[in-house]
Design a protein around this ligand. Structure first.
Ligand SMILES: N[C@@H](CCC(=O)N[C@@H](CS)C(=O)NCC(=O)O)C(=O)O
Length: 200
């Protein structure tokens, strides 16, 4: 399989952490791309976004949620609980974490635009989504898996890692001690160490 990725993308990291946790790392060839300019990526994925996975049979999958579920399926992993409360809670947490990552990505890009091209109300909305999303993760941090054993925990770890990467000075840990402790613990996992964000 081939995974088109960017080392700055929290969604690509989510797929890479998932692959690591499922011991699939050796079966995936990483292809580093700039999603804004890569013609091959555009030919594979009409949205030209990372992550994009080319399966062994040539089929192409995109959207991190779908790719992670596919990897879990072929590895017979257990990152997706069977239908029931555990599943709804894992998928809800994935949604919150991915929402934080998306809002953070947009905010980071907006902060770099010339002042006359920014919308302060849009930026405030992204910042509010990040803060409220983090509060929700903190509220339920006691149920987060320390083994990254479900897709909600993987997604949460990647969202927090992205905040640290883009805004090392941003004090998201303040008032969120349980979440911070959890993140410090899962940050020691090989899957997180091997997939650290960096500039291309
Ligand atoms: N919902 C998508 C989001 C993917 C995404 O937004 N990727 C960004 C990088 S973090 C990207 O490729 N952006 C390029 C673009 O928007 O053209 C997923 O979960 O995979």
């Amino acid at each position: 399989m081939k995974l088109f990725y960017a080392p700055t993308s929290p969604f690509a990291r989510k797929v890479r952490v998932t692959a690591h946790e499922l011991q699939l790392g050796d079966r995936i060839k990483l292809v580093l791309v700039n999603p804004w300019s890569d013609a091959e990526l555009r030919s594979l994925n009409p949205l030209a976004k990372v992550p994009t996975l080319v399966r062994d049979d040539g089929q192409v999958l995109f959207e991190s949620a779908l790719i992670c579920e596919y990897l879990d399926h072929i590895a017979a992993g257990g990152l997706y609980p069977a239908p029931g409360e555990a599943r709804w809670s894992a998928l809800l947490r994935q949604g919150i974490a991915d929402g934080i990552s998306a809002a953070a990505g947009r905010l980071f890009a907006d902060e770099r635009r010339p002042a006359d091209e920014r919308s302060s109300s849009v930026m405030q909305r992204q910042a509010a989504a990040i803060e409220a999303g983090l509060d929700r993760l903190e509220r339920d941090a006691g149920t987060l898996s320390r083994e990254l054993a479900d897709i909600g925990a993987v997604s949460a770890a990647c969202a927090l890692g992205y905040l640290d990467f883009r805004w090392p000075e941003r004090a998201w840990r303040d008032g969120r001690l349980e979440l911070a402790r959890w993140f410090d613990a899962v940050g020691q996992r090989q899957s997180m160490i091997a997939t650290q964000h960096h500039l291309p």
